[in-house]
Write a protein that binds this ligand. Structure first.
Ligand code: DX5
Ligand code: ZN
Length: 219
């Protein structure tokens, strides 16, 4: 199980230190939530901030674009240091074209679904992606409650993936209790904002998520 702390919940006044701290605490990916105040009702940061934290860690930058449109900005995020670039199905009229473009930039292509979007929306792009991000909250804010209906969606997407080398990532309301349940449904990357940055011991928090998820998949 991979753990991807979301810097949306970090202390932005000390962002560089926070990035170093989650790296040293043993995270796998660094989840970077980009919001445009239009696709989602919140606004965060863009390529300059990503570029400025890029030299601080060698960890994978998992960039979650909650922006509409995404296509005109993909190259900027690739150049700023993203490793995985994830676009939302709901924000992209030409989803297949955007995913092909992300790969042509030498980056991993991800696709995300809002809680209200059925898994059938990604059926025809499965052979051109590296990651699927299932939102288990309505995107826009950290610290929201986990939406139960998404457990079934995660299982169905795990079946759709079959033997393809696609990672199944879950984002929103993840804590040790929900981590165990989404792991049981087939998730293999967990995004966590509040569950990591909410306390002082990031290493213990990441360990608790990993342990809860591992126990569930071992059953
Ligand atoms: C929500 C973001 C999430 C968020 C998760 O729009 O995509 O990555 O930071 O925060 P928690 O884990 O606190 O729900
Ligand atoms: Zn996210």
């Amino acid at each position: 199980m991979k753990i991807a702390p979301s810097i949306l919940s970090a202390d932005f006044a000390r962002l560089g230190e926070e990035v170093r701290a989650i790296d040293e605490a043993g995270c796998d990916y660094i989840h970077i939530d980009v919001m445009d105040g239009h696709f989602v009702p919140n606004l965060t940061f863009g390529p300059p901030v990503i570029r400025s934290i890029r030299p601080l860690t060698a960890k994978t930058f998992d960039v979650h674009l909650m922006i509409d449109p995404a296509q005109p900005f993909l190259k900027d995020y690739a150049e700023a240091g993203a490793d995985i670039i994830t676009v939302h199905v709901e924000a992209d009229t030409h989803l297949d074209r955007s995913l092909q473009f992300i790969r042509s930039l030498g980056k991993k292509a991800g696709v995300s679904l809002n809680p209200g979007t059925p898994e059938s929306a990604i059926g025809y792009v499965l052979d051109g992606i590296d990651l699927i991000l299932v939102m288990t909250v309505n995107p826009g804010f950290g610290g929201q409650g986990f939406i139960e209906s998404q457990i079934g969606k995660i299982s169905r997407i795990r079946d759709m993936i079959g033997a393809r080398p696609i990672e199944l990532e879950v984002d929103g309301g993840i804590n040790p209790e929900t981590a165990a349940r989404v792991a049981g449904a087939g998730a293999d990357v967990l995004v966590a904002g509040g569950a990591v940055f909410g306390g002082d011991d990031y290493k213990a928090a990441i360990g608790a998520l990993r342990e809860a998820a591992g126990d569930a998949t071992a059953q």
